[in-house]
Design a protein around this ligand. Sequence first.
Ligand SMILES: CC(C)=CCC/C(C)=C/CC/C(C)=C/CC/C(C)=C/CC/C(C)=C/CC/C(C)=C/CC/C(C)=C/COP(=O)(O)OP(=O)(O)O
Ligand SMILES: O=P(O)(O)OC[C@@H](O)CO
Ligand SMILES: [Mg+2]
Length: 243
Amino acid sequence: MLTERMKKWRHVFKLDPNRTLSEKSLEKVCTSGTDAVIVGGTDGITYQNSRDLIERIAEYPVESVQEISAESAVVPGVDGYLIPVVLNSGSLHWVLKAQHRAIRKYGDWIPWEDVAALGYVVLNPESKVGRLTESRTGVGTADLTAYGRLAEHLFRMPALYVEYSGMYGDEGMVRAARRGLKRSRLFYGGGISREDQARAMSREADTVVVGNLVYQNLEAALESVRWVKETESKGVSGDQGIN
Ligand SMILES: CC(C)=CCC/C(C)=C/CC/C(C)=C/CC/C(C)=C/CC/C(C)=C/CC/C(C)=C/CC/C(C)=C/COP(=O)(O)OP(=O)(O)O
Ligand SMILES: O=P(O)(O)OC[C@@H](O)CO
Ligand SMILES: [Mg+2]
């Protein structure tokens, strides 16, 4: 069950099917000791580029999951599927309608035991995902704590994802998100490029996501596995998890 496996994720890489990565680099990413590789991105995501990347990753023993951002790009046979729900989107499309439409389309084919929802709160207004989803990024700490509670207790989501995509975020905000959580996991992603950043967010979050650094500075990205795994998380969320 994907939600069970996610409880063990401390460090994950997110690879973008719309970007190029040499075979040597991909091998290094997949054998780095990371806990999983997420395949997903915001723009230019197609069935073809998603399938190509997923098939290349399948050559390695690392767990890979597809984060679905386009209904037409769903690749059958992946270990797991992550479904974003953007809690602070200004458009119902990214909270409910896109997901509803895809569930209507795939119906009986959906392997629910290998599907997990991610309750996103997008906090970088300049990010592609922030612009696409018209996210209301003027969120304070009390709002963020409440989003966490909403995700865990009302929607029973296995994870809240504090998303700063492309910029390093505010550690206090991530701490506030954790205050709302007892069992759901806290994912942090955005702008990790240095050891101090990786370690600081590892203390606040259960799972740290490293994305763009793979394409900007592969050696640092590979080092981030150790930075995260050597650092203990302060929180307790995710200890029991949610199914
Ligand atoms: C046949 C078979 C086995 C089928 C499997 C069926 C299955 C699992 C169906 C799923 C059903 C379902 C509910 C699908 C979801 C459909 C969907 C389109 C939902 C909307 C998701 C959403 C809110 C997308 C918005 C964008 C988003 C949140 C993307 C997440 C990734 C992200 C933030 C990446 C960072 O972006 P990046 O591109 O890297 O940005 P930069 O270039 O700036 O770095
Ligand atoms: O690409 P970066 O900025 O590392 O962010 C990672 C991930 O949270 C993007 O969805
Ligand atoms: Mg990216």
